[in-house]
Design a protein around this ligand. Structure first.
Ligand code: FAD
Length: 646
């Protein structure tokens, strides 16, 4: 006999992808069941590289401070290769990432610790039920009601009962259909002793974050497509004893004995990746002796010495790149992370892209479940993330090609770095890291062209020339801004927390100029007009007890001291939930007394002197840019994917 429960979202797998999805649900209050077959997550091994965009995302959940404080920051990268007369020599030393792309730069911290930090947030909320040592045993989908998003068409059997004896019962917010026990109440542990063997879950949505061997992917009849290559790499996490001068920098050695890469980590640890001949890889796989990998490292590093005082973790992997061509099943079941793309770890992207997948999906699912957005926006998950996975694999191919050959194609010398390898290393921490991901026009990203070809003229579109350097579809960059009221500074990104809220920034320009101020006032009046769709959508959601669905900011460029906060339209000085006025909605791009970096935003973003409005999605990607007069365009865009009365 099985227990039965109903959940809005079932997440299979509590690795980085599953936990990031759960973090969104924790923030938005969606009833979620998170299961994992392991009793606990592994403390050592696997990923350790956090890219800047992932740090920005963690920061939007309030988690980056902890990660940043514990992590090692990878500031420099050195390339080493054979010298003409034999021993390896340093070829170059450079910054590991380009300045100015992000407030954060690449850092390393063990995956287990990163998972711990996200898990703390997830566990702090009652609406997420986490069950370990639990896996699914069957999947049934009721296709007859799959288009009706108020139904629970997915039935999944789990191999553990609803309450296990080591869990203290608490109100998880997960409902039990009345058939589950006679009185419709949560079953007691006594039920378990009386033969209850598993759980039947009815879910509205299921998310497969169950890694490279995904059970869920196989149930859907989907395959990872791609290939493996005859390249083998050994991986070690060690505390090194060495006289190598760059041991606390990231470095790559290309030599006639093979190639390696080392990345300094938190504490005294260093992550080593070293190319292995097949015989050594086979030997390691039989004996599991890290000494086999270390001997290859020692040979490449000569004349420097390198011993391991402490080996925390070791493994050998074969290079392969695979992708699943479909990551959404009827917008009800989704795959994310390693479940739909796998590649070599050398580009340091796997955990990052996995978390970024569910960062993209989480708020969309929450908004559909809570009824504020139409279910067809879920199409955008596959539209946006599949191309990212494809580009990731192409990028990984470039990195692997460069790292696996000792001979550069353009050079007769062994152990040298080609131009493409250098360029790929630069891109790794900028464009490839997620910072430059740009989503193409879709339901949630406006086109920049007015389309008059189709049966309907699309009457809203973005005017990119109004903010030339921030592209529609990309994440907005961050710059220092000041509060109008008191000149306190903050980074733009600190305002856009991951709560599910949209943000509308009114770049008012020089509002000392009367006509410019009049344009801002007109827009503010339209936004506040009770009959407008914008206002009705906002109030409808607020009446349902949701957080403010769209937050409106003024960010002007006039001299701060020439503007009186209380002369600004009311929409920029709304009531605070703590009583009194919320002073944080009126901002200015002026120099800051105490720190350089203020007063650069308009120039850096390329904001037109006439100003503009910029609408940001809850994941900080830009979905709409238009002139201050285009309130109709904004309303039409919003009404194409939001709902008032659900
Ligand atoms: P996983 O981490 O695999 O998590 C899947 C979860 O699902 C697990 O907890 C598992 O127990 C659970 N599960 C599986 N099947 C079931 C089931 N049937 N039922 C219930 N639960 C199930 N990435 C980087 O970004 N940077 C790096 O520097 C980096 N280095 C790496 C080094 C190595 C040596 C390796 C092996 C990987 C590295 N990666 C790196 C990749 C990274 O570890 C993965 O991409 C990442 O863990 C994928 O996250 P995920 O949540 O998709 O899957």
């Amino acid at each position: 006999m099985s227990d039965k429960i109903q959940v809005d979202l079932l997440i299979v797998g509590a690795g980085p992808a599953g936990l990031m999805a759960a973090a969104w649900m924790a923030q938005t209050g969606v009833k979620t069941l998170l299961i994992d077959e392991q009793s606990d997550h592994r403390t050592n091994g696997r990923a350790d590289g956090l890219e800047s965009r992932t740090l920005e995302i963690l920061d939007s959940f309030g988690l980056a401070d902890k990660v940043w404080a514990e992590a090692n920051h990878t500031v420099e990268i050195c390339l080493w290769c054979d010298s003409v007369d034999g021993p390896i020599r340093r070829d170059s030393i450079a910054p590991n990432s380009k300045a100015g792309w992000s407030r954060f730069y690449e850092s390393t911290l063990g995956q287990g610790r990163i998972e711990d930090i996200v898990l703390e947030l997830v566990q702090s909320r009652d609406n997420i039920d986490i069950r370990r040592e639990t896996k699914p045993t069957s999947l049934d989908i009721d296709y007859s009601c799959i288009e009706d998003h108020s139904t629970y068409p997915i039935r999944m059997a789990l191999d553990t009962p609803l309450r296990t004896s080591y869990e203290s019962p608490h109100d998880s917010g997960i409902s039990t259909p009345s058939t589950s026990s006679d009185d419709g109440m949560q079953p007691h542990n006594s039920d378990l002793r009386h033969g209850r063997s598993g759980t039947e879950v009815e879910a509205k949505y299921v998310l497969g974050c169950d890694g490279a061997h995904s059970w869920l992917r196989k149930q859907l009849g989907l395959k990872l497509e791609g290939q493996s290559f005859d390249h083998y790499w050994g991986v070690l996490d060690i505390v090194p004893i060495t006289n190598f001068p760059d041991i606390r920098k990231r470095f790559i050695v290309k030599s006639k004995f093979g190639n390696l890469m080392m990345i300094p980590r938190e504490g005294q640890l260093v992550r080593v990746y070293v190319q292995l001949p097949l015989t050594m890889a086979d030997q390691y796989n039989m004996e599991k002796d890290p000494g086999i990998i270390l001997r290859q490292v020692e040979a490449i590093m000569k004349p420097y010495s390198l011993k391991a005082k402490n080996t925390i973790w070791s493994t050998v992997y074969r290079v392969g790149q695979r992708i699943c061509p479909k990551i959404s099943h009827h917008n009800r079941i989704f795959l994310a992370g390693d479940a739909c793309h796998t590649h070599s770890p050398k580009a340091g992207q796997g955990m990052n892209v996995s978390m970024q997948d569910t960062y993209n999906l989480g708020w969309k699912l929450a908004s559909v479940i809570q009824g504020s957005l139409t279910p067809n926006i879920l199409d955008t998950y596959q539209q946006e993330r599949l191309p990212v996975a494809e580009r990731l694999l192409q990028f990984d191919r470039r990195i692997c090609h460069a790292m696996c050959s000792t001979r550069d194609l353009q050079s007769s010398l062994q152990g040298t770095f080609g131009e493409d390898h250098r360029r790929a290393l630069e891109e790794e921490n900028s464009s490839a890291s997620g910072l430059a991901v740009s989503y193409s026009p879709n339901l949630l990203v406006t086109s920049t062209i007015c389309n008059t070809d189709g049966p309907y003229e699309i009457s809203y579109f973005s005017k990119q020339y109004l903010a030339e350097n921030i592209r529609v579809g990309t994440r907005i960059p961050s710059k220092l801004v000041l509060q109008q009221i008191d000149s306190q500074s903050c980074h733009l990104h600190e305002l856009f927390r991951s709560t599910g809220q949209w943000n509308l920034i009114i770049f008012g320009g020089d509002i000392v100029n009367k006509s410019q101020m009049a344009r801002v006032r007109n827009l503010a009046d339209s936004l506040s007009c009770k009959e407008s769709y914008f206002h009705r959508f906002k109030t409808a959601r607020e009446m349902k007890g949701d957080i403010e669905p769209i937050v409106v900011y003024l960010l002007h460029s006039a001299c701060r001291n020439s503007i009186d906060f209380f002369d600004l339209p009311e929409i920029f000085r709304p009531e605070s939930k703590y009583g009194g006025i919320n002073f944080g909605r009126a901002l200015v791009d002026n120099e800051f007394y105490h720190q350089p970096g203020g007063g650069e935003l308009y120039k850096s973003f390329g904001i037109h002197p006439e100003g503009c409005m910029v609408l940001l999605r809850p994941d900080q990607h830009i979905s709409f840019i238009s002139e201050l007069e285009d309130f109709n365009g904004l309303e039409m865009f919003l009404s194409s994917f939001t709902q008032l009365d659900c």
